[in-house]
Design a protein. Sequence first.
Length: 252
Amino acid sequence: MRTYAIGDIHGHLDLLHIAHARIKADRAACGDADAPIVHLGDLVDRGPDSRGVLAHLRQGIDAGENWVVLKGNHDRMFALFLDDPAAQDDGLRTVYSYLHPAIGGAATLASYGVANPADRPVAQVHIDGVAAVPAPDRAFLRSRPTWYRRGEVVYVHAGIRPGIAMEEQAETDLVWIRAPFLEFTDDHGFLVVHGHTALDAAVHYGNRVNIDSSAAYGGPLTAIVVEGRQTWILTDAGRVPLTPEAPENAAP
C-alpha cells in the first residue's frame, strides 16, 4: 500500500512542482501511477504564490488526480479572515492577527493582487481581499479534510491528541497541536505523518514522521513515499531511507 505525502507548501508553487515531479518519477519506477498524494496543509501564507498553489491543486483534483489536500492552520486562518477580519482563530495567540508579519497573510493577499495589504487599514484590505479571492478558492479552503488514514498510517497537518480516537479529535488540535503530541513517545496504533512544526529536515521519531522541512523559511519542500510503515524521502536521485534509527538520513 503505497502513499506519497508532501509537507507544508506555504505558497511555494515552484517547490510544489519539484515535489510532484519527484513523485511522478517514483511512480514511474514503481509502475504505480495511481498511488495517492497527500498534501499535509499550510498551502498558503509566507511564500510568494499562494494563489498559484491553490489553483494548481484545485485544477489537478478537477482533472482527476488522486490528490488528498488536508487543512492546515494557515489555510483555516486565511478562510476565517475572508469571512470576518475581526475573528480570532482558536489556536492563534491573541497578540497575533492574520496580517501580522509572523503569520504571512499579507503575502497571500498580495498574490491575489491586493495592494499593500500590510500597510493599509484592515477593513479596506478585507474588502479588497473578498473581491480578489475567487469563490472556488474560498470553498476549497473551507472544505478541506483535517486527516486521512490509509493502511497503518494517519496523515494530518499538526498532529493528534494522544489517546483520543481519530473520529473524536478536535479540528483545532489537528491543525495546531504541538504539546502533548510532540512529547508523546508511545505508539498511537498507527504511524502519524505530519508537518506544522518546522525543522531543518524531515525526521522519523518512530511513532511519527515530521516532514515540515521549513519551505516557509527558505528550506526545501519534502516529499516522501510510505509503504506499510516504511518511509523514504524522494530526491532527484531517487529514494533515501528515512528511519528512526538514522535521522541523519532525513535530509531532503
